[in-house]
Write a protein that binds this ligand. Structure first.
Ligand SMILES: [Zn+2]
Length: 111
């Protein structure tokens, strides 16, 4: 074996060792990134579900506002919207937001 070939072999060996450490560190990095991405996707998913639930709640709430509220007493659909001052939903800067009460125009039934 010539001196050149020995040099090349030793160089290849050092390259091999460096590649091994690189691959190992890359693998470690990948493992870390995989675990973080899986945890981040886990954190994203519940919020997506919450957003979907909130959207569904909005979708469910809208038709009621649009007048599909039906009086359980007389099946009337016409209501007066009144602020229920006994129920404060939210208070901010001295402004109170009261719960809404729906009073049937036909029979006076309170929803
Ligand atoms: Zn009614």
């Amino acid at each position: 074996m010539s001196e050149f070939e020995k040099n090349v072999l030793s160089m290849l060996e050092t390259i091999n060792i460096k590649l091994d450490t690189l691959i190992k560190s890359e693998g470690a990095k990948k493992n870390v990134s995989v675990s973080t991405s899986s945890t981040s996707s886990k954190t994203i998913k519940p919020s997506n579900i919450v957003e979907k639930q909130e959207e569904e709640e909005k979708l469910e709430a809208k038709p009621i506002i649009e007048g599909r509220r039906i009086c359980p007493n007389c099946n009337g659909t016409a209501f007066n919207t009144v602020e229920d001052k006994s129920q404060v939903l939210h208070q901010m800067g001295g402004i109170k937001i009261y719960a809404k009460k729906y009073i049937c125009k036909s029979c006076g039934f309170e929803l």
